[in-house]
Design a protein around this ligand. Structure first.
Ligand SMILES: [Zn+2]
Length: 79
């Protein structure tokens, strides 16, 4: 009878440990994503708008807010 309670306790402890680890991992991932997006802010070379690097269009070592601005800048350099 006592073994049942011990097993139940162990199972419960394992469950809590797994859930805690899962929540902690999710939180770590979210924090990493946030810090990454904060540190990697770039500004559009054409209009100066600030945006995250992963959303920016990179071309020739410069960043642009959209493909349209990247294209415009390129055509200006060529002319
Ligand atoms: Zn722009």
């Amino acid at each position: 009878m006592g073994i049942r309670y011990i097993l139940l306790g162990v199972a419960l402890w394992l469950l809590i440990t797994i859930i805690r680890r899962f929540i902690w991992q999710r939180r770590q991932e979210r924090m990493e994503k946030q810090s990454r997006s904060v540190t990697n802010m770039v500004s559009c070379k054409l209009c100066g708008m600030h945006l995250p690097q992963n959303e920016a269009v990179s071309q020739g070592g410069s960043y642009y807010c959209c493909k349209e601005h990247a294209r415009q800048s390129k055509s200006e350099e060529e002319e």
